[in-house]
Design a protein around this ligand. Sequence first.
Ligand SMILES: [Zn+2]
Length: 246
Amino acid sequence: MKRRSFIKKSSISGIGLALTPSLMLAKEPEHEYSVLELMGKEDIELFGEGINLRKEAHDAFLAMKKAAYSDGIDLKIVSSYRSFYRQEAIWERKYIKYTEDDGMSPLAAIEKIIEYSTIPGTSRHHWGTDIDIIDGYRKTNGDVLVPEKFEAGGPFEDFKKWMDENSKKFDFHLVYTKDPKRRGFKYEPWHYSYAPISIPMLTAYRRLNIVQLLREESFYGGEHFTTGFIKNYLRNNILDINTALL
Ligand SMILES: [Zn+2]
């Protein structure tokens, strides 16, 4: 748990100590997600060292990890919660590299970045529900998040097979599927989402005025976003995902 958020939450909700755990849980389905929370700017409470997920997603992940373990697969998290500010740093590093080192135009650089990376404030990793995972037992050189490594003959072939058969039992679903008709982000055989929380969060996210919210940001390249670009991005990259998560 992050100490900072624990102190903050307990100081403003001391009355919560008087509530029984069941009453506190009963409030959860009515949970409203704030704009800051949906954009990765809120210091949310995260659970598990090296896991960093919301409580319910953390518990489901541990149960799934245990089941995989008995089948010889070590579910290892490569990436989970990521704040707006972390995503902003990733975005700007890529933007500077593509425009300054590689001499690409701003729009070409933006198109290249969004093949795999999200615009800050639009990542599902902001929600504490999504993970990038591999099989920690399998040793491999170089980058691990490469689609070919999850195909037949690749180091994560067994992992992929296991997840295809079992992840749904734990409410984890692949987000960016292999469907050739799907637009937006490319196929990511490593990115899974905990549906019971991420579905209501996506519903809340869709109600936001993302065009306006992104206009208020000042990261590199953002000044080149047109309304049409952002609307296309939302339709393709945020909403054209596995329908089990809509
Ligand atoms: Zn991911």
